[in-house]
Ligand binder design. Structure first.
Ligand SMILES: Nc1nc2c(ncn2[C@@H]2O[C@H](COP(=O)(O)OP(=O)(O)O)[C@@H](O)[C@H]2O)c(=O)[nH]1
Ligand SMILES: Nc1ncnc2c1ncn2[C@@H]1O[C@H](COP(=O)(O)OP(=O)(O)O)[C@@H](O)[C@H]1O
Length: 200
């Protein structure tokens, strides 16, 4: 479970899309949210867009692995798809906030890798939110006001990467993913493989 978090606008979505395009072995964990879709967002691909009532029903039925309120909307990770995939040895990419990261880490500690992206400066963060062109001035002000408190959670992550140059940031994130895959504990089949190698 490979988690990417950052203050809004620091580049999670951009890095996540590129990782999914270039690494065939990782799949996106598609969250449910009560936030309305942005132009260009596709239901079932970017998020599952649901009503408040449907969201609370999922919470009540224990269908979410974690959930949190962010910017006045609810977000959560549906459990069934992820559990089945993990069982088959698949990797999942999560674009979730620090609250969800804490919950996933408490539940499945050794299966989780936590990466936090930072903007090179506060001015760059605001400029990126404005350039993205998806939010009103009021929404951008809200996201900027929250950015400082989100940044304060940097120390709850295993890795911190500053997203200054996008290509450089992407390579660093990809390096983390590949290195974590090589951890002995994550490589299934090593016992048999080494036994074969050592056979006289
Ligand atoms: N805990 C939790 N956070 C989520 C989930 N899905 C998205 N988020 C976070 O909610 C925040 C707002 O996401 P979004 O509205 O897409 O705006 P963004 O910040 O521009 O990506 C981001 O910090 C996401 O990482 C989820 O399933 N659980
Ligand atoms: N390293 C970068 N340099 C310049 N612009 C960037 C960089 N990374 C992302 N962006 C742009 O900043 C905006 C916010 O990025 P996005 O990936 O949507 O952030 P998040 O998902 O963290 O809210 C987008 O318009 C994106 O193209």
């Amino acid at each position: 479970m490979f988690i990417l978090s950052s203050p809004s606008g620091a580049g999670k979505t951009t890095i996540a899309r590129r990782l999914l395009a270039e690494d065939g072995a990782i799949a996106m964990s598609v969250s449910v949210t009560t936030r309305p879709p942005r132009p260009g967002e596709v239901d079932g691909k970017d998020y599952h867009f649901v009503s408040e009532a449907a969201f609370h029903q999922m919470v009540g039925d224990g269908e979410l692995l974690e959930w949190a309120e962010v910017f006045g909307n609810h977000y959560g990770t549906p459990k069934s798809h992820i559990k089945a995939g993990l069982k088959d040895g698949r990797d999942f990419l999560f674009d979730i906030d620090w609250q969800g990261t804490q919950q996933l880490y408490q539940r499945m500690e050794v299966d989780v890798v936590r990466v936090f992206l930072l903007p090179p400066s506060i001015a760059a963060l605001e400029q990126r939110l404005r350039c993205r062109g998806t939010d009103s001035d009021a929404v951008i002000e809200g996201r900027m006001a929250r950015a400082r408190s989100e940044i304060s959670h940097w120390d709850g992550y295993d890795f911190v990467v500053v997203n200054d140059d996008i290509d450089d940031c992407f390579e660093k994130v990809r390096t983390i993913l590949n290195a974590e895959r090589m951890r002995r504990a994550r490589q299934t089949g090593l016992v048999d493989f080494t036994r074969d190698l050592m056979r006289p």
